[in-house]
Ligand binder design. Structure first.
Ligand SMILES: CC(=O)SCCNC(=O)CCNC(=O)[C@H](O)C(C)(C)COP(=O)(O)OP(=O)(O)OC[C@H]1O[C@@H](n2cnc3c(N)ncnc32)[C@H](O)[C@@H]1OP(=O)(O)O
Length: 723
């Protein structure tokens, strides 16, 4: 009987894959094998290529009894695998691909199943539904991200591509570098590498030191950061210390607890952590930490980039000895953005903080081909132009452009600089954001350039223009069409029934190069965007962002009016979302007038309730942008307030009158700088949010009740001058 040519081809493929794995194992590197062809062929080819291993399959097809759906990729974090099949016939989720690749250890093989590469970008992609917004369908989503991915795979020196119906390729030449032995543990008992040992010593120094010097540890994935934290925690536990550990998710720090016990065999597992002799290692969720702040010798904050910055700042103020650790290219928020945004707080509160980076990978040898491939494919290392390349420029000298995304995807340098800027400026930029930027059907990318250098960028999305019946359903809270945040918020939360009929351009992201902040670049880009939007017939340009006094100030100075403050805290930023708008048409003018009016009326009423936890400084900044009104106080009531101001009356009886006075006049008085921001913050917290001095403590720096009343008397005096 003649051998089946297809069987022979699969046998040859199996042999090739075996060679690849041998090479991977010898170098302790991770390698990628792409199998490109129709769905059935790639399945059979993957089975042949992984016949001698036991891969985990990520696939939306019924391929193997133990296959997990593509959507489960994120839940694999923390696992260590030798072989993984990612079946992109079910679509390509950039976050999922990144997370899946991170689970492979040295010597492992990633097998990527794709449609034929030449027509993959044009094929419908099931994952495209995640970026298709109403009224677009997944077919309207661009194929640029996939086209770029194909280019990256085809030009990657270490990636082996097998095409259906073509002869097998030769193994790519080995990179020539000598096989790298594992980074040998310096301490065999607990297998810490030299790099980890450095971190352990630094953590112990932080925990035992007298000075207030928090330690910030950054590391890429696979550098053994969590294990190093665990080893150090184990040492402290053995010495009788209490160590608190917080992280966005408990599961993320399980390895920390495991490594802490490595040298403490008889440690006892308690409900909240570990106990050993007199010491305790306790996990505490970030919110609980914020509320209770239990005493401890050391607080470890792992995956700090995934925890809201205001909460980190409060922990920094409360604990003397802290270690912050973060993954540079994590999927819970990027460490780079964390470092830049949190650095200012660290500099202010603890100027002598120390930084330490774990460089050497421990789960694979240095110069890992898969790490390099994924970094390129998902632009994980994208960075804005270096500071040295930034000339001393003015806003006028820059050139504004709205980019043609077909050209952008061919221009790696611009793409990397602008994506790097977004990653740096925004806490939680994920690989999916790159796909959204390139392929979102309602998205535009704009930038300011100084010669070749990208110095500012903005991502915008067109929203609204919804049909009448959909508008009615949105107002009734029955429908939430994807991708219409501004009209949806105005309609469903601010009660503006007609809002979804108008056309909006939302500024999804805005970032100015950090070396060029406050030189008018942000304003210049916004002006250009507004002029373009007006020419395109847009009614309102707007944005929704985590409200802070600084950002409120920026948008206000650029002519945007606040119209809605969310009552829930954003889990990522820890801040409440504020919507701001700038009108470009008559209908836009009337929506804005109505929305602004509603916010001014509703805000004071919500402050003692759902908005009680918003930072008083943020509320004060917001009030300063809103119109004031004449307080509803008769002559007698004014006299009562005056006597409170001059110390003849107690606070409690004057409270209702103070609430009315502050609701009506605090904003304008602050705007005219007749009251300081500090004093206005105290008034917001103590009067409008009705917080106790203890609740206000860290946020308004009151020195107890007596001091608080003195300040409120002074505030009443200043506010009365305005009436
Ligand atoms: C939807 C979103 O993306 S919101 C998030 C915005 N982006 C970020 O927070 C990322 C990091 N930050 C940045 O990229 C920039 O600092 C931006 C975009 C916030 C501001 O851009 P810049 O170029 O620094 O602002 P620019 O110099 O144009 O300032 C315009 C006005 O805002 C004021 N302003 C700027 N920053 C601040 C601030 N932190 N606090 C108060 N006012 C400010 C300026 O004083 C100026 O007003 P003036 O001319 O009347 O004095």
């Amino acid at each position: 009987m003649q051998p089946d040519p297809e069987d022979a081809a699969f046998d040859a493929l199996a042999a090739l894959a075996q060679h690849l794995r041998q090479r991977a194992r010898a170098a302790r590197h991770r390698l990628a094998l792409v199998l490109a062809g129709d769905a059935a062929w790639t399945l059979a080819a993957a089975s042949a290529a992984t016949a001698d291993s036991d891969p985990l399959w990520l696939s939306d097809r019924a391929v193997a009894s133990l296959a997990r759906p593509l959507a489960a990729a994120g839940q694999l974090l923390g696992q260590e695998l030798d072989a993984l099949v990612y079946d992109a016939h079910g679509g390509l989720d950039p976050d999922g691909l990144g997370a899946a690749a991170g689970t492979l250890r040295g010597g492992g093989l990633l097998v990527l199943l794709t449609p034929p590469l030449a027509d993959w970008p044009q094929r419908p992609d099931p994952q495209a539904r995640r970026i298709a917004v109403h009224p677009f369908t997944p077919a309207d989503v661009g194929g640029r991200f996939i086209a770029r991915l194909v280019r990256v795979l085809e030009t990657d020196p270490g990636c082996l591509i097998v095409h259906q119906g073509r002869p097998l390729p030769a193994l790519p030449p080995a990179d020539g570098s000598p096989a790298r032995p594992a980074d040998r543990p310096v301490s065999p008992a607990r297998a810490a590498t030299a790099d980890q040992q450095r971190a352990i010593e630094a953590i112990l120094k932080t925990a035992r030191g007298r000075a207030r010097r928090p330690l910030v540890i950054t590391a890429d994935r696979g550098r053994g950061k969590t294990a190093a934290l665990g080893f150090a925690a184990g040492d402290l536990l053995a010495a009788g210390a209490t160590v608190l550990v917080t992280a966005p998710r408990r599961a993320a720090v399980e390895p920390l607890f495991r490594h802490a016990t490595a040298a403490l065999p008889e440690a006892e597992t308690k409900r909240d952590g570990l106990a050993y002799r007199q010491g305790r290692l306790i996990f505490i969720a970030p919110d609980a930490l914020d509320l209770t702040a239990p005493p401890a010798e050391l607080l470890i904050v792992d995956e700090a980039a995934g925890i809201p910055a205001p909460l980190l700042a409060r922990a920094l103020a409360r604990y003397r000895r802290l270690v912050f650790a973060t993954t540079i290219h994590g999927y819970e928020g990027t460490g780079r953005g964390f470092e830049v945004r949190f650095r200012a707080t660290l500099d202010r509160l603890t100027p002598h903080w120390r930084a330490l980076t774990l460089e050497a990978p421990i789960r694979w040898a240095p110069h890992d081909p898969l790490e390099a491939l994924i970094a390129r494919a998902l632009l994980l290392e994208a960075a804005p132009a270096p500071r040295e390349a930034i000339a001393d420029i003015t806003a006028e000298r820059c050139v504004a452009e709205t980019l043609d995304r077909d050209a952008l995807v061919e221009d790696e340098a611009t793409l990397a600089e602008l994506f790097g800027l977004l990653v740096l400026a925004h806490y939680q930029t994920r690989p999916l954001d790159l796909r959204h930027l390139l392929d979102g059907p309602n998205v535009r990318v704009s930038l300011l350039r100084d010669r070749e250098t990208v110095v500012a960028t903005a991502l915008t999305a067109d929203e609204g223009n919804l049909e009448a019946d959909l508008t009615t359903a949105v107002f009734a809270g029955q429908r939430r069409p994807r991708g219409h945040l501004l009209p949806q918020t105005l309609c469903a939360h601010a009660g503006l029934a007609v809002a979804p009929r108008l056309r909006y351009r939302r500024i999804v992201r805005l970032a100015v190069h950090p070396a060029l902040a406050r030189r008018g670049l942000g304003r210049r880009l916004l002006e250009t965007l507004c002029a373009e939007a007006q020419a395109d017939g847009i009614d309102l340009v707007g944005a929704s962002f985590g409200a802070t006094p600084e950002l409120i100030g920026f948008w206000d100075r650029c002519g945007f009016t606040p119209v809605q403050l969310g009552t829930r805290r954003n889990a990522a930023s820890g801040e409440h979302a504020l919507v701001v708008l700038r009108p470009l048409s008559e209908p836009g003018d009337s929506i804005l007038a109505e929305a602004g009016q509603r916010l001014a009326e509703r805000l004071p009423r919500l402050l003692p309730g759902p908005l009680r936890q918003v930072s008083p400084a943020t509320i004060a900044a917001l009030l300063a942008t809103l119109p004031g009104r004449t307080p509803r106080l008769d002559a007698n009531e004014r006299c009562e307030l005056a006597s409170f101001a001059t110390e003849r009356r107690a606070l409690e009886p004057a409270l209702p009158l103070l609430i009315e006075l502050a609701s009506a006049r605090l904003g304008p008085t602050l705007r005219q700088r007749r009251i300081t921001a500090e004093l206005a913050t105290v008034v917001v917290g103590a009067i409008l949010q009705m917080r106790t001095p203890t609740e206000l403590g860290a946020e308004a720096d009151t020195g107890g009740r007596t001091d608080l009343v003195v300040r409120l008397r002074r505030a009443a005096e200043l506010l009365l001058l305005e009436v």
